[in-house]
Design a protein around this ligand. Structure first.
Ligand code: 17E
Ligand code: FE2
Length: 411
């Protein structure tokens, strides 16, 4: 296949891209089609590698309102309501809902997903369901699973055993929720425990870390120290880290040195954290986000996740990465013209780095021919108008094709 006339990675010059046997085989200013080669006219639109959702909960997806709506909008009511819903889980239920959400994501150009999977379930039903789905859907999506002890590692019965079991059964990464543990000591101990587990089984780490508007929630410094001292470094990701939005600047200055040394990845989930954050403030009301811009400017990797598609934490969400991206650039004040043009990195290359898939990710000769053609000639327009993904191509095959809606003005 030959894709003609596209702005690869939103570059100003247009180029042609050839795909042979599922790989990018040639990229040049002008490539002449071979006899019988399928030619796709890119019409000077933007060609990117597929969107990466570096943080979602596929086991909780599409359960909003079950058994009740989260009317307070707090993280804690979300956990409580999910805990109720968890009692009636079956593998079939989890698989059906997760699949629906994955299909939404694929329509919107996502091909790489990291999902947290709650392991504080005595039968590990969510994990069993998502391991099966990962295998069943491997031709359309790369699914990474994080063993995520939603109700704590030290504050929930047998959570350590369940976490280790999940890792043995095939989770790709180990998670945690230190700010939710009963006390600070448990928080710190849980971080050390989960990092040791990841080391033992050679897994990645992705921790829900300090997702609370409490400036004293400082598990991040423990996670970063662990990443540095164990040498796991960029195999470790800190998700949410919203307490950083409440840390004072002197402490944060000191913290950033360690974060750089530890080479940690950060995932911000701007939609859900704008919604859950500041809930205990009257006014002034905090935004409850991590320091996206400052981390980014310090050369620390930050990607965005959607986190929720209609669940007890966020009633909204539709599997389109342009939503967290829009919210991220607004709330993170990344609205300079070049910042907007370059913002696709938060939901593409930076996510790939977090997922540790960069070796085969990106539009380069020799890499797997995974890419999306967006309906705009530059990314600013794509983001601003939430333009469609016209083609979602995976291993050189067109996975999804979309015709943009047409509007007729009858006046
Ligand atoms: N669980 C959690 O601890 N935090 C979240 N934001 C979600 C689930 C969605
Ligand atoms: Fe999350």
């Amino acid at each position: 296949m030959l894709i003609k006339n596209v702005h690869i990675n939103n570059r100003s010059q247009t180029q042609d891209v050839r795909i042979t046997a599922g790989k990018f085989s040639q990229i040049a200013t002008e490539i002449k089609p071979n006899a019988e080669e399928r030619v796709l006219d890119g019409q000077e639109k933007v060609l990117l590698p597929p969107f990466v959702d570096s943080h979602i909960h596929l086991d909780t997806t599409l359960t909003a309102g079950e058994p009740e709506w989260n009317e307070s909008g707090t993280l804690f009511d979300g956990i409580r309501i999910w805990s109720e819903r968890k009692k009636s889980l079956t593998a079939k239920d989890v698989k059906e809902r997760a699949k629906k959400t994955i299909l939404k994501q694929i329509k919107n150009g996502v091909q790489h997903v990291r999902s947290h999977v709650d392991t504080t379930d005595p039968h590990l039903i969510p994990l069993q369901a998502l391991l099966e789905l990962k295998e069943e859907l491997k031709d359309i999506v790369d699914l990474q699973l994080v063993a995520f002890p939603q109700e704590g590692i030290l504050s929930y019965p047998n959570a350590k055993g369940l976490l280790e079991q999940a890792v043995k059964e095939g989770a790709d990464a180990v998670g945690g929720v230190p700010h939710y543990e009963f006390n600070q000591q448990y928080g710190a101990d849980s971080v050390k425990y989960l990092v040791a587990l990841a080391e033992k089984y050679d897994k990645l780490v992705d921790v829900h870390c300090d997702e609370i508007d409490d400036p004293n929630s400082r598990n991040l410094e423990i996670l970063a120290t662990q990443a540095y001292e164990t040498g796991l470094l960029d195999r470790v990701t800190a998700s949410h880290t919203t307490a950083m939005g409440s840390y004072n600047d002197a402490y944060t200055y000191k913290l950033f040195r360690l974060l750089g040394m530890a080479q940690l990845n950060f995932v911000s989930n701007p939609l859900v954290n704008m919604h859950l954050g500041g809930r205990f403030d009257t006014y002034p009301k905090r935004r409850g986000l991590t320091r996206i811009k400052e981390l980014n400017e310090a050369g620390i990797n930050v990607s965005f996740g959607e986190d929720d598609v209609a669940d007890p934490w966020n009633p909204l969400g539709c599997g389109n990465m342009l939503d967290p991206l829009s919210m991220g650039v607004y709330a993170g004040q990344l609205m300079g013209y070049q910042q907007l043009q370059n913002s696709f990195n938060f939901t593409t290359y930076n996510g790939a780095k977090t997922l540790h898939i960069s070796a085969d990710y990106g539009i380069e000769v020799g890499k797997s021919a995974n890419c999306i053609l967006l309906d705009g000639t530059n990314f600013y327009d794509v983001l601003n108008e939430h333009r469609s993904v016209l083609f979602n191509i995976r291993h050189g095959k067109v996975l999804v094709e979309t015709k943009p809606a047409e509007t007729k003005l009858n006046f």
